[in-house]
Design a protein around this ligand. Sequence first.
Ligand code: AMP
Ligand code: GLY
Length: 441
Amino acid sequence: MNILVLGGGGREHALTWRLACDAGVSRIFCAPGNAGIAQVAVTVPLDPANPADVLAFVEEHDIALTVVGPELPLTRGVVDLLSARGRLAFGPTRAAAEIESSKVFAKEFMVRHRVPTADCEVCSSADAARRVVASGRFGFPLVVKADGLAAGKGVIIAEDRTVAFGAIDAIMVGRQFGEAGERVLIEECLAGPEVSFFVVSDGVRGLSFCSAQDHKRAYDDDRGPNTGGMGAFAPSPLVDAALAARIIDEVVTPTIDGMRAEGRPFRGFLYVGLMLTSGGPKVLEFNARLGDPEAQVLLPLLAEDLMPLLHDAAAGTLSRSSAVFASGATVGVVLASGGYPDRYETRKPIAGLDEAAAAPGVLVFHAGTAIQGDQVVTSGGRVLTIVGRGPDYGSAIARAYEAVGRIAFEGMHWRRDIGAKAPGGARQGAPRDSQAAGEQP
Ligand code: AMP
Ligand code: GLY
């Protein structure tokens, strides 16, 4: 069976690596891929967010299943076009992906289907938003969110009215995120630990796909700017069987049922971002895809073939309620370019890749890498995810960081506290003040 994976980050390296382990897979293509993906798949210079180009490739190369990694191809309608032409694609349609691409849609959907989430007011003008803030209904801090996609920067926790008004102005008047700021949500600020819960859905059923915890801020101890994710571990020790059952009951089932009832059946990975509050789990956000770097820590623990799950979900024929995961833990540390998530340089040679991959219990996933001559060089903000696997969090952390020590490129920065919150976890080395150097290249 020929498979096409769309995307070129760490998540897609983990997906192609895992699919390459499966018995029924004959050939994997990945567009556009990266230097690591090129070791397990045929990389193709194709724009994954251009539906017509993707369809032409699928027809020409007799692709039996297209697996969409990132969000953009979903919102551009790649799955809609492939499905309309009778081609199997794993991922939601554009309408179903609105559960991620529009926070207003997601919030109003949750209210309609009684999915627990933060109390909220949707505002279509800056005046209306200011009035909600001034009314005192949500107190302080409160949360201001842009409706659309804003590269992880569209959520502002406002400690007081000045910060809230500033955020409303930047989003709605200054249009910092363009069209994403036509509407804002003013939201109650929740407190508690954050966890991510994953499900594979075929539009009717949901198959539990383990849990993970991300580390979104750039620097140790959750300081610094938001990023796409600087590291993750799996499973989340906070999600035991009882909590997983509660999440399925209160969130996953009403969401899958509700999407189907509203004529937007959700097929694909559903990523449920939750805050565990004193009043129970509440949804912060949905994503219509696997997380990055969550995929890099989840997929190595998957103890069965991935391809049949994705195939059955795309075909609407899932017949089980959970996937099989191995015991033990994984911890993934992201190595980023100096300056990320702001301005950074690329084309830095990367040393030690083979040495790191040779370390026991370690997987090296590429994100922003490219091949230049016979050298692997950096080509993005998040460059690599180094994953350690062990019987417990402590050993997984030790393995990951031992391998991190074998890799070097100019400006490389990473967090020392990935997994430190997990039982048996600890920071690896002193917190680096010099990480601030990453802020000011
Ligand atoms: P989102 O993109 O909606 O997940 O928001 C990004 C981050 O902002 C989340 O991971 C939370 O840390 C934080 N956040 C979002 N909504 C809330 C809320 N209602 N209360 C507290 N923190 C929030
Ligand atoms: N790591 C968070 C995300 O993929 O959205």
